[in-house]
Design a binder for this molecule. Structure first.
Ligand SMILES: NC(=O)c1ccc[n+]([C@@H]2O[C@H](COP(=O)([O-])OP(=O)(O)OC[C@H]3O[C@@H](n4cnc5c(N)ncnc54)[C@H](OP(=O)(O)O)[C@@H]3O)[C@@H](O)[C@H]2O)c1
Length: 314
């Protein structure tokens, strides 16, 4: 049986993600019926911005007055929260429970399915800061949906109501999907922290470094949007400047730690992109870069990972 066009939504957890999606869905005409959270303060604050929304103490009370319950708690709390919910399809309460984690299998909601409820995963590919700006910034992002039948259709509509693109993921694919997504979020920050830490050796403050590098990153993103990853590639690898790559590897190696290892692994990925360019650099230049990379990685333990005491940077 299909869900109502505007099902009643409930939330367990009033954190960064819930603050954005509950408000966006309420504005889009979806009734947010109830919120329960560990601390009452954030739940009250969020409910105060949602017409008709109640704050309740017990997640079961959320299930009693919603059609779909979103478990927006930390990942390691999802299983226990799902386990504690009772689904009674003969009553007017929840018929679906959904979590928003990218990495947690949807099967963690199996206790709900065992009671006849629908289960699903709804993972917005966005880094929520818990700020008002999230509501505008989430538009244009993608939401990865893992669900079947009518719930899948409803979650797809909910993704569109956020201004997002729905993206379907096969069962069991979440761990790989989420591991890979780090490169566009926390690992992008980790890469920037390497820039900042190396530039600090030249006397740049973190503020100066970020002021300089963030517009460059924004420009790179725009160019990638226009020309694709291989087309947007710039820097010595794209030009076949093997001499520069070798000198930079040698310099970073001399700093100790794992600076050269990180540079070598990223350069290896950049060489892969360079090969896909309409006019790739010469094969001999790319081969020379690969030899320089091997010189660094081979000097480690064979895995490219520095040994004990060789961890770098900050
Ligand atoms: N943040 C992101 O960028 C992002 C992006 C995509 C997906 N997600 C997913 O969204 C989910 C929520 O993440 P978040 O970043 O919004 O987390 P968060 O900001 O840490 O918020 C978690 C909320 O859950 C509450 N909570 C914790 N344990 C609870 C329990 N046992 N019962 C009821 N409420 C409980 C917390 O209460 P307190 O106020 O007392 O701590 C808090 O309100 C996670 O599955 C996460 O993987 C997050």
């Amino acid at each position: 049986m299909p869900y109502s066009a505007t099902p009643r939504l409930g939330f367990v957890g009033a954190g960064r993600l819930a603050r954005c999606v509950a408000r966006a869905w309420s504005r889009a005409g979806y009734p947010v019926a109830a919120i329960a959270s560990r601390s009452p303060g954030p739940a009250r604050e969020l409910a105060g911005q949602l017409p008709g929304c109640r704050v309740v103490d017990d997640p079961q009370q959320v299930a009693a007055c919603s059609d779909i319950v979103f478990l927006t708690v930390p990942d390691d709390k999802i299983g226990a929260a799902a386990n504690a919910l009772q689904i009674d399809l003969s009553k007017s309460g929840a018929r679906a429970v959904v979590h928003c984690s990218g990495a947690t299998p949807v099967d963690v909601l199996a206790p709900v399915r065992a009671q006849g409820g629908d289960i699903g995963g709804f993972h917005p590919l966005y880094l929520f800061g818990g700020v008002d700006g999230d509501l505008a910034r989430i538009q244009g992002c993608s939401v990865t949906i893992e669900a079947a039948g009518p719930l899948s259709e409803t979650l797809t509509a909910l993704a569109r109501a956020l201004g997002c693109h729905p993206l379907s993921i096969p069962p069991g694919g979440r761990m790989l999907y989420h591991a890979a997504a780090h490169y566009a979020a926390s690992f992008a920050l980790a890469a920037l922290s390497e820039t900042v830490s190396l530039w600090q050796q030249l006397g740049f403050s973190e503020d100066d470094a970020l002021r300089a590098v963030l517009p460059m990153l924004a420009g790179t993103i725009e160019t990638a949007r226009e020309k694709g990853l291989a087309g947007a590639l710039a820097g010595p690898v794209s030009r076949g400047d093997a001499g520069i790559v070798e000198k930079q590897l040698t310099l970073l190696d001399s700093l100790g730690g794992d600076h050269a290892t990180l540079y070598a692994l990223m350069t290896r990925r950049a060489i892969g992109l360079a090969r896909r360019r309409p006019v790739p650099p010469s094969a001999s230049a790319l081969a020379a870069m690969e030899r320089s990379i091997e010189n660094v990685l081979g000097a480690r333990d064979g895995s490219g990972i520095p040994g004990p005491g060789q961890q770098g940077g900050e």
